[in-house]
Design a protein around this ligand. Sequence first.
Ligand code: UDP
Length: 486
Amino acid sequence: MALQEAIEQLHFLVIPFGSPGHYIPTIDLAKLLAQHGVRVTIVTTPVNAHKFGSILDEAIQSGLPISFLEFPFSYKEFGLPEGCESVDDLPDIGLGGALMEAFTSQQKQVEQYIENLNPRPSCMISDMFLLWPAEVAKKFHIPRIIFDGMNCFTQMCNHVLYLSKVYEGVSESDSFVLPGLPDRIELTRSQLSFAFNSGSMDAKDYYERLRISESEAFGVVINSFEELEQEYADAYQKLKKDKAWCVGPLSLCHKDASQKVQRGNKSSINENYCTKWLDSQENNSVIYACLGSITRIEPAQLIELGLGLESSKRPFIWVVRAGHKTEKIVKWIDEEGFEERIKGRGLVIRGWAPQVLILSHPAIGGFLTHCGWNSALEGISAGIPMVTWPQFQEQFYNEKLLVQILRIGISVGAQNVVHLGEEEKSGVVVTSAEFTKAIEMVLGDENESEDRRKRAKKLGKMANEAIEQGGSSYRNITRLIQVIRD
Ligand code: UDP
């Protein structure tokens, strides 16, 4: 059989998890695989299909071999509000367990689907947070690959932490060095990822099961590119016995502005208005501040950010989101006349921003980010330096990568993870003056700022080359497909 024909016979079943930071790159991955000729089926639910999936409508209509396998979602059965299928829709983060259970209930439906399928799917790619796909893969003898939303640096940090237990017996605030890594990485206990630092939640057992699930999987797909973190990519490859594939940056699979604007959700701002506003600013002058899709930062802390952006005297875009407390911060913005004060220089987006579209505009000169890996990698892909303000999960590791290893970031100086649902406990940890200072260091004219900009630009170029034909991520996708074909 000819090579291309053999690839077209392959069928990948892709199973995302309901959180934008997971769903969005999984949809991108599905698109990339299909662009390489593989047939892809995405397991989904009604609201998520619409919210995250519509970006693929046009490509599917023009023949890209992707389809959605949509199952109803049992909101009532699990005590979830109608239409709530994703972490960002949860009225209360305490309902996270119920959401996970609702996702777990998909197992039966997926098994029924596979039972009636002849031939069986060639491969399953499932999100790192889902445990049940392992049972399905075992039952039907299908190779299972984990889609892990993190980079190789984080993988290696978690690996050495797990092996060495170096954090044990250390106080919350005393720093320690992670042993055996190519760089000297110092962290404190309160900066560790959820697996080692889960606040008031007891997540030990769940994370242990995730670790085993990952170790038993056929392989792992990583949203990163090798050149970005070569030593860590090599070490992780070795650990995974060559069954780890860096195939990113996944966001770069969308080339046109019309696609970029649809990514993740319906934009809260008219794209033409947003682009016109950016067109009216000088190149490399605007700071874009967006803290991901699920942060629930306290209004008092967000006010500090707003004031910091205002006193920076730089043009800015501020994406305002605070979960169930969004109303409070919006009230402050309105009552203070904030938008009046910053008219012409600042743009407030209340809700979902077309992030990759904004980041790719030449007026953007810096990105104030919470260091979620998707956002960080989107910043890298756009070739811009960053102001780093990590919040939770592995975001303090990502900050180390951006600030210390890649040297394209300036930290605002946050010291501890702010656990989701426990934001009130932390209060205000970064002042407006600290935000202003970090923004100035990134956007300023000093030699150091200029060098940072150059490094960021260089990485942006490398990121774009990685996914083009002949680039490392392109080759890795091909290698992954070949392994499944053979
Ligand atoms: N995002 C977006 N618009 C927003 C907020 C987030 O497009 O207003 C996208 C962003 O581009 C990224 C994802 O949502 O792809 C967030 O993932 P990340 O890993 O950065 O953070 P998380 O939301 O998981 O904390």
